[in-house]
Every structure is written in structure tokens, then in C-alpha cells.
Design a protein around this ligand. Structure first.
Ligand code: 5GP
Ligand code: ZN
Length: 114
């Protein structure tokens, strides 16, 4: 695997502002927030994108959504609302090839997304 920014963060080699972590999943603030609340939720396991998920990963994927729910509560946006986004490959604008869920909240979102 080539150098992965998120694996570096997970190994503690790069700093990040964590809001949640457990055995399988971590959540930290996006370095370039697109909303007042912008948290990235990812598995400790390096999976490049949704194109590489397998049936064996369904537990991890479920945990990611459960952590998103917890983070929304921690960040105070559970009631006001939030958006969960996973980008995959070039057309989506995926920058980091370590699967992650964006949790965006704290402002009114528009649709369709850009
Ligand atoms: P993607 O476009 O791959 O779905 O999202 C990658 C996200 O990671 C971007 O929103 C970007 O701002 C964020 N990001 C990139 N490098 C770092 C970093 O070193 N630390 C943190 N906390 N976020 C990062
Ligand atoms: Zn990685």
C-alpha cells in the first residue's frame, strides 16, 4: 500500500482532533471543514473505497453508521440534521483512498450536491 494519510493518523504519526474512537472505528475532524460540523468516520482497517468492500466488511460498515449516529449526538446536530457522504473515485472527488464517511452538519445543506 502506498502512503495513506489516514493510516498515518491511525498510527499516531500525524495529529488529528479525535471526537470518538473504539476498537474498529475512529472519528476525527476534517482538516478543511465544509460545514460547522465536519467529522470523518473511518474503519481502522485500510479499505481504499466502496469498490473494495466485501461481504466480510458489513459489520464494519454498520459500525460506521452507528458511530455516525453517536457523533451526531456528541456534536449536537442529531435533531437539527446532518448529511452522511461517501465519495468513491474520481468523479466524486475522492481525495483520500481510505474509506471514510463524512458527517456534515450545523448549517442548511443544499440539494443537489455540487
Ligand atoms: P474525500 O474527498 O476523500 O472524500 O475526503 C477526504 C477529506 O479528508 C477531505 O475533506 C479533506 O479535507 C480531509 N483531509 C485530507 N487530509 C487530511 C488530514 O491530514 N487530516 C484531516 N483531519 N483531514 C484531512
Ligand atoms: Zn489507510
Amino acid at each position: 500500500m502506498l502512503e495513506c494519510v489516514f493510516c498515518n493518523i491511525l498510527r499516531g504519526e500525524m495529529p488529528a482532533e479525535f471526537v470518538y474512537e473504539d476498537e474498529q472505528i475512529v472519528a476525527f475532524r476534517d482538516i478543511n471543514p465544509q460545514a460547522p460540523v465536519h467529522v470523518l468516520i473511518l474503519p481502522r482497517k485500510h479499505i481504499p473505497s466502496t469498490n473494495q468492500i466485501t461481504p466480510g466488511d458489513v459489520g464494519i460498515l454498520g459500525e460506521m453508521i452507528l458511530v455516525a449516529r453517536k457523533v451526531a449526538e456528541i456534536e449536537g446536530v442529531a435533531d437539527s440534521g446532518y448529511r452522511l457522504v461517501i465519495n468513491c473515485n474520481e468523479d466524486s472527488g475522492q481525495e483520500i483512498y481510505h474509506l471514510h464517511l463524512h458527517l456534515l452538519g450545523g448549517r442548511r445543506m443544499t440539494w443537489p450536491p455540487g
